[in-house]
Design a protein around this ligand. Sequence first.
Ligand SMILES: N[C@@H](CCC(=O)N[C@@H](CS)C(=O)NCC(=O)O)C(=O)O
Length: 394
Amino acid sequence: MTDTRPGADTCTLWGGALSLYTGKVRSYLIKKGVPYREFYASHPDFQARIRPVVGLGVTPVLETPEGDILQDSTEIIEAMERRLPERHMIPATPVLRALAWLLDAYGSEHLLAMAMHFRWAEPHISLQRSFLQAEFGRASYLGTDKAARDQAGARMVSYFSSMLGPLGSNAHTAEAIETEFFDLLDVLDEHFQHVPYLLGGPPSLADFGFMAPLFAHLGRDPSPSQRLRLRAPNVARWIERMNLAVIADGEFPDVPAAFDVEDRVPPTLLPLLALIFRDWTPELLANAQAFNAWATAHPHLSDGAFVALDGKKRVHPHVGPIAYRWRGCTVERVSAPQTLWHFGRFQQQLVACDGEALDRLLMVLEQAGGQEACALKLVRPIERRHYGLVLGPS
Ligand SMILES: N[C@@H](CCC(=O)N[C@@H](CS)C(=O)NCC(=O)O)C(=O)O
């Protein structure tokens, strides 16, 4: 059997074509110029070598030539950025850097429910069942027997489709989720008419965060991807561009492939930022309220305790249900403290900013209606350690 271990300068990416967060990391590795080989977690080496270290059946995992085993798509990108400073993918200037973190968090977290809706809700699941069975079959069965693979895929499809309800997609919210998708496509399509990437000329953490929902689910599953291509061809082209090793794109011969040294925000990003805060703020506030109530009710939990109702390390831990009004409906779903961790990474950028840079950033955030979300405060810090989400010191 093939040796799946990393080579002298080649990483091993554990993931799969169907996987949301693998799409984010794969595109990063391609743009960064990092050689890698990708394997599915159904390979026995994943169970033997990766699972005992990570302690979860989760992808993506990146194994580096130095022997590190990295998990969480954002942590993978950060670790590789520290290691490989050339062609940096997190802007150095304060406003663009803060926005890169904001957009990464929004793409990776808020758009998860939308991505899952268009994979698993009716009529999408019925329209694309055979595709999903094959895709989940690839991820769970290693072999050449098609019937056996489809059977394995069908089992996975019935398991994963049950995860949609807890994310808040149901008959009451379906229309709002689909309208949000079209609104998002419209602002993105206009933006990519002007510049090749979210923050302008080069790709950044912002784009990788958006690739999470927009590659495997919204841009590849047959039902949503057909809608995406027809309504927003510039977004479809951006998805293709994000998986090409070149940075510059012939469609934009006059856009320099570098972040703006004056730290200016592309004007067409402003409508996207406004959409983000309009749609995300109620969810962020409900999550903060649930986390604060849970942390306050458990003052004895020590530094390093898992943030989860059941106290266990989980891929998507929660601290109970949340409910909030959004686009004319009431969303009822499980809380997502990982969202607060990720949004907190953006808030750290805000705290690190001062003087004239802070004024510029605050002006952008104010124009976008971000004041309420940016003011959100947690009673205890949330951190990531040993592949899990934990409480920081009180
Ligand atoms: N925060 C993690 C989330 C990773 C994640 O949700 N991975 C999915 C595949 S795309 C998974 O392995 N899910 C298994 C599960 O939820 O149990 C990251 O950014 O890497």
